[in-house]
Every structure is written in C-alpha cells, then in structure tokens.
Ligand binder design. Structure first.
Ligand SMILES: Nc1ncnc2c1ncn2[C@@H]1O[C@H](COP(=O)(O)OP(=O)(O)OP(=O)(O)O)[C@@H](O)[C@H]1O
Length: 253
C-alpha cells in the first residue's frame, strides 16, 4: 500500500535518513520504532508531503507521492494525527470532525457562495458522517461539547475521528498513546484494531514497546537514520541489533 524505497534525507550537512526502504502492506497495523532522534518523525513528514526526500521514492497504492502538496496527499487517502494534539478547542466535537471532512468534499466555490441545494445536501451528509465517526470512537454522546472540556484520552479519540473524516485509506498515528494511562491505552488498542477491521491501514510511530508489540502486525526499526530490522513483533524483539540499539552494546552483551 505504502512503499518507501531507498529514501535519503539530509538537512544541509546533517544526514537524517540513509537508504530507508520498507513496505506497509494493505490491511496491516504497521509500527515504526527507534530511539530518540532516529528519524521517525522525518519519515512521517516525507510521507505526508511536509518535507521532500533528498533521494529515493515514496509510492502510495502504486502512484508516486513525490512533489504533491500535503492536501493532495490527503486526497489520495493518507491522513495523520500529530504527536501534539491539534484540535480546535473553541469548537464542539462535531465541528472539529467536520473540519477534517471539508478537505474531502468536492463541491465548488460557487456552491459555497450561493448556498445551493447541492451544497446543503453535502453539508448534511458531512454532519451525518461526522456523527458516525464520533460514534466509532465512542464520543457521539459528547458531540455538542466544546473540545476544550475533553479529557486527554478523549482529545486523542477526537483526533482519530477527525483524521478518519478525510476518508483515508491509510491512517498515520504519531505517538498515539503518549500521555495516556494504562486503561486508556487498552481501550485505544482495541480501537486501532477496530479501525483496521473496517478496512483502513494503520501506520504508527510509538515509543511504548508494550503497546507497539501488542497491536502491530509488523514493525520497522530505525536507528541513526537506517532501518536495522523489519518483521513481526517477535522477529524484531529478538533481533540482536535492535536489542543493542535500545540497551547499548555493553548491556546487550
Ligand atoms: N527541519 C529540520 N532541520 C534540521 N534538522 C532536523 C529537522 N527535522 C529533524 N531534524 C533532525 O533530524 C533528526 C531526526 O529527527 P526526527 O524528529 O525525525 O527523529 P525521531 O525519531 O522522530 O525522534 P523522537 O523519537 O525524539 O521524536 C534529529 O537529529 C533532528 O534534530
């Protein structure tokens, strides 16, 4: 589904990614892990068009994403959440999800201006879909509440609903369990599995090993900008290079 091939990225003289290749298959929960500064966020920024690679290719469903603006990549079916939650606190939950949805609607500017029947029908469908997505993440009963009043865990769920509102095929999650308590993590694990069951691909960066190993089908490990391992959680967990990267050479020995 997402194919990253021989990708390099440097910022001036600083080489952050070297010859990175891996493939996120369709219908898969895929994890990207690695120590701080390994280059994980840079990979997400390349896939979502916030940065351009210095070399290599990035294809999504058989077509290159290179050179596309971020909103075009969203239209191709890639959505993302951020490490720092980005919701509109002064809007209610339904409005927050509809903001995500609007990027997806295909009515013209004239429709907006004249408030045509087609526009109103599109708006009504957007509201219904937004409510449906809030139901999926268990927030429908709070649809009219201001986002500012949500607990941290609920804010994360709202972010998912908003990302799903763009009707993606692949959902990128940047440290989804950061700041969550164990109960919230358990709920989220179930929700991410549900998202996969509904036919979405999920690609996440996550530092919480228990969570990543518990929920991902496959994992790639970055260390100093290079992929040092790729495989199932068990394969990755038992890989000596991975153990060394996380524990340091002496500890691993
Ligand atoms: N725009 C930029 N300009 C210069 N250097 C950058 C830029 N973005 C990232 N870097 C550098 O690239 C390296 C990798 O950063 P990145 O944020 O991708 O790592 P990460 O694996 O996501 O780390 P963390 O787990 O701490 O979030 C770091 O050394 C960082 O300082």
């Amino acid at each position: 589904m997402l194919s990253i091939r021989n990708v390099g990225k440097h910022f001036g003289g600083l080489h952050v990614l070297h010859d990175v290749s891996f493939e996120v298959p369709a219908g898969c929960i895929y994890g990207l892990i690695g120590p701080n500064g390994a280059g994980k966020t840079t990979v997400f920024n390349l896939v979502t068009g916030l940065l351009a690679p210095s070399s290599g290719s990035i294809d999504f469903r058989g077509e290159s994403l290179l050179g596309l603006a971020p909103h075009r990549i969203t239209q191709r079916g890639v959505a993302r959440t951020f490490q720092n939650i980005r919701i509109f606190k002064e809007m209610d939950l339904l409005e927050n999800v509809m903001v995500g949805r609007h990027e997806h609607l295909k009515y013209g500017g004239a429709g907006l201006f004249f408030n045509t029947r087609a526009y109103r029908a599109a708006e009504r469908r957007a509201r219904e879909r937004a409510l449906e997505l809030l139901t999926w993440v268990g927030l429908a009963h709070k649809a009219d509440m201001l986002a500012d009043n949500l607990s941290y865990g609920d804010q994360r769920k709202l972010e998912f609903a908003r990302a799903l509102a763009t009707e993606p095929k692949l959902l990128l999650l940047d440290e989804p369990v950061a700041g969550m308590n164990p109960a919230e993590k358990t709920v989220l694990m179930e929700e991410i599995r549900n998202i996969r069951e509904r036919g979405y691909g999920v690609f996440m960066i996550e530092h919480d090993m228990r969570f990543v190993m518990g929920v991902c089908d496959r994992i790639a490990v970055l260390n100093f900008g290079r992929i040092i391992a790729e495989g199932t959680p068990d394969e990755v967990r038992n890989n000596p290079e991975v153990i060394e990267a996380y524990l340091g050479k002496e500890d691993a020995a």
